[in-house]
Design a protein around this ligand. Sequence first.
Ligand SMILES: NC(=O)c1ccc[n+]([C@@H]2O[C@H](COP(=O)([O-])OP(=O)(O)OC[C@H]3O[C@@H](n4cnc5c(N)ncnc54)[C@H](O)[C@@H]3O)[C@@H](O)[C@H]2O)c1
Ligand SMILES: [Fe+2]
Length: 382
Amino acid sequence: MQFDFHSTQSIIVERGGSAHLAKRIIERGGKSVLIVTDPGVLSAGLLNKALSQFKELALSLKVFSDVQADPPVSVIDSAVKLAQECKADFIVGFGGGSSMDVAKLVALLAPGKEKLADVYGIGMAKGPRLPLILVPTTAGTGSEVTTISIVTVSESEKKGVVSPKLLPDVALLDAELTLGLPPHITAATGIDAMVHAIEAFTTKRLKNPVSDCLAKEALRLLAGNLHAAVNVGDDIVVRENMLLGACLAGMAFTNAPVAGVHALAYPIGARFHVSHGLSNALMLGPVMRFNIAQAHVMYAQLGQIIKPGLQGSTTEQASQLADYLGGLVGSLGLPKRLLEVGITSNDIDQLASDAMLQTRLLQNSPREIALTDANALYREAL
Ligand SMILES: NC(=O)c1ccc[n+]([C@@H]2O[C@H](COP(=O)([O-])OP(=O)(O)OC[C@H]3O[C@@H](n4cnc5c(N)ncnc54)[C@H](O)[C@@H]3O)[C@@H](O)[C@H]2O)c1
Ligand SMILES: [Fe+2]
């Protein structure tokens, strides 16, 4: 056995902890801070508690709040420019995966030693980067513990920057920030987190006992709390379980990488601006059914965690699990088919050829996905 395991050095779980962000930054030597966030997070007032302590302690602060979902290159360029103009020496990513991914790249690129165009791919970003704290406000991507930033580089393609240099110094999990997350975002981001754990557990490359352990515990937390989080959003224990579950799933998949569901979801997000979580949720059932021949034993193991009591052979259990997870979209009130998000049969050939560009992800699939397979999988999800 041989594996390297990377994670965020310090993970703090603290209800209301975002109120003490300024103090934590001063303790770490920060003097000029840039917070990277998006307009939705800002207008929901999620930064208010944190901002009062910046004032109280007279810590120099600028807020970049122009992050867009599935961030394009232009957003990263503007945020890096602002960081350089205000001579930021400390970056905070505060929001969902989009804000955290932008913050990671700002911390890397603001020193001016590397260019975004040169760091796409695995291990291209060399650092050093500015000190970085990430504060998730969705229980979804796990970006606060991943080595990854995802950038929308064209209307058809998302690319990843993957490097241990992108792991922040601190991940701060404050479940109070997620209490007001609307039901449809809770559902979509929660399914994204479950997909991270499922794909990490069944990945063809780099699966290891630590990632397995994390993926299983993540699924116990996520599957056990997702419906409650969507239906009774203001239960702090439920929200905390979701946030921790998403974080554990992130720790798993950054070491044991995701595969086919993500590869087929990215073109949907890039071309049709369907949220990352929903894109994944729509492709989950078809891709799992496709993988059953190779992955049924692993799916059956996960089935006993996600839906205890599944009966029959491992293939039968895997198939029941795929149907259950494929049906989550409907039971959580999300669109159920690609047609409902504006995709028609005329779009399928294009989506399938876009998906073939996701070689970083496709190489991890337990069953090889060829162009004709991708085509059939999109048709099944139509
Ligand atoms: N770095 C990684 O490891 C990784 C992994 C998976 C996905 N991603 C990327 O992350 C992005 C998706 O992130 P996401 O799913 O977290 O969504 P997001 O960051 O795009 O946010 C979605 C929406 O939710 C709103 N929102 C966030 N928190 C809220 C809260 N607490 N209350 C009310 N509204 C809130 C935001 O304003 C935004 O409108 C995509 O770009 C995806 O490619 C990154
Ligand atoms: Fe994801």
